[in-house]
Design a protein around this ligand. Structure first.
Ligand code: AMP
Ligand code: MG
Length: 403
């Protein structure tokens, strides 16, 4: 049996990061930036108003108070997007909207709230200092400033910043494309009738969701019956459309019914092994197809498949984007109940971590088909290989599932 860490290390050593491509900002969403971004233009590009109000010369308002407002003639109006040249002559002002360029001669903006809101002339109740409510050109960034560093994941603010600095595309590693394929004669699509001996297929929905949560573009393949030739044909077709293939089912130790094993074993490029863990012992990893697409064959029991995803597939997806393995967040918490664990296997028990993160409660229903208990869990309690029992009050390592 292979140790969990060795198996993960083997996967990570074999995965090559996707080649960075020039991607439109929309396609780059969720990708990993592959260039350093430097400001080419000042941000903002010109002095502009932070408020709706009046562009003034601050010196004209030195005497303004609530009791003795200063009244100025309003000689024009400038809104955001106005490209004309406006001028504020001494002793006058121009009505101005947020984002509009500051007219020549003006050095401050008085918010409309400090005035009577007049159109032809305006009474201003407060003095202003030069620069008040003016957003300076370059106040956010000046040309040459480092804006974003290669290696970051492109999210909302980064994409906003790229657009604001005039970039329409960027060099990035795209989100990996993952295709999920389930196998089993017993599987029926949810929403269709099941007869005795059949179950509704669930792993592909669960694994595709987990992949999306991990930043991948995930697609489900209709489940394939236990026929090695059919399974191989679907795998080879999907390999051309994916950066990572994930199968579930058909890899246990049961011999002729292990269809994924039967289909892939003769290619000689996928290694099947037992990993010293519970749930999720039977695992396979290798490369398939003309482009040597990585494939991970997960066991079919839903909880086994899910735990295998978190331990091996998630880090593999990150590796495809050139990111370090980055497990889910882990913490340590006090057990509220005793638990047992098999000797020589690392086990991952479903649990509920308290909101404050101090205590963790193992759930009942720890068998690898018990999806209802998995759905109640927000944590996996990790029990090391050599530990066979833990007591209430012991401190356990916990993998957080909901972040
Ligand atoms: P296998 O690994 O194919 O021997 O399957 C182990 C168990 O997981 C069996 O009880 C299967 O019915 C179940 N199983 C396999 N694939 C799926 C799936 N896609 N959705 C739900 N259950 C599955
Ligand atoms: Mg099966």
């Amino acid at each position: 049996m292979q140790n969990v860490d060795d198996y993960l290390a083997e996967i990570l050593a074999a995965i090559r990061p996707l080649t960075p491509r020039e991607l439109s900002l929309e396609d780059a969403d969720g990708g990993v930036l592959a260039e350093d971004i430097t400001a080419q233009w000042p941000l903002p590009p010109f002095d502009n108003s932070a408020m709706d109000g009046y562009a003034v010369r601050a010196a004209d308002l030195a005497a303004a108070t609530a009791e003795h407002p200063v009244t100025l003639p309003v000689t024009g109006e400038v809104a955001a997007g106005d490209t004309r040249e406006h001028q504020v002559a001494p002793g006058s002002c121009v009505r101005i909207m947020t984002g509009a360029p500051i007219p020549a001669g003006a050095d401050a903006v008085v918010p409309v709230e400090l005035t009577d809101g007049g159109i032809a002339q305006v009474a201003i109740r407060e003095a202003a200092r030069p620069g008040d409510s003016v957003r300076r050109a370059g106040g956010d960034a000046v040309p040459g400033d480092a804006l974003l560093a290669a290696g970051i994941r492109l999210g909302p603010a980064a994409l906003g910043l790229l657009a604001a600095s005039g970039r329409a595309s960027v060099l990035a590693r795209p989100r990996p494309r993952m295709i999920v394929l389930s196998t089993g004669n017993e599987l029926a699509a949810p929403g269709t009738p099941v007869t005795r001996g059949q179950i509704w297929e669930s792993n592909s929905f669960m694994l595709a969701s987990a992949a999306r949560q991990a930043g991948a573009v995930a697609a489900r393949q209709a489940s394939v019956p236990d026929d090695p030739a059919k399974v191989l044909a679907v795998i080879e077709d999907a390999a051309g459309r994916a950066d990572l293939l994930v199968t579930s089912g058909g890899v246990s130790m049961g011999g002729e019914h292990d269809v994924v094993k039967a289909a892939l074993e003769k290619l000689g490029t996928v290694g099947f092994r037992k990993v010293a863990m519970q749930p999720g012992m039977p695992q396979g990893f290798g490369m398939v197809g003309a482009a040597s697409t990585p494939i991970m064959t997960l066991p079919g029991n839903p909880v086994s498949a899910y735990v295998s995803f978190q331990l091996f597939v998630r880090p593999a997806l990150r590796a495809l984007q050139g990111k370090a393995s980055g497990h889910q967040r882990t913490t340590r918490a006090v057990l509220t109940a005793p638990l047992r664990s098999p000797r020589d296997k690392r086990s991952f028990l479903r649990g509920v971590l308290a909101d404050d993160g101090t205590e963790v409660t193992p759930l009942s229903g720890q068998a690898s088909h018990q999806l209802a208990a998995l759905a109640r869990a927000n944590a996996l309690i990790v029990v090391p290989e050599q530990v066979v029992a833990m007591q209430e009050g012991d401190v356990a390592e916990v993998i957080c599932l909901d972040d």
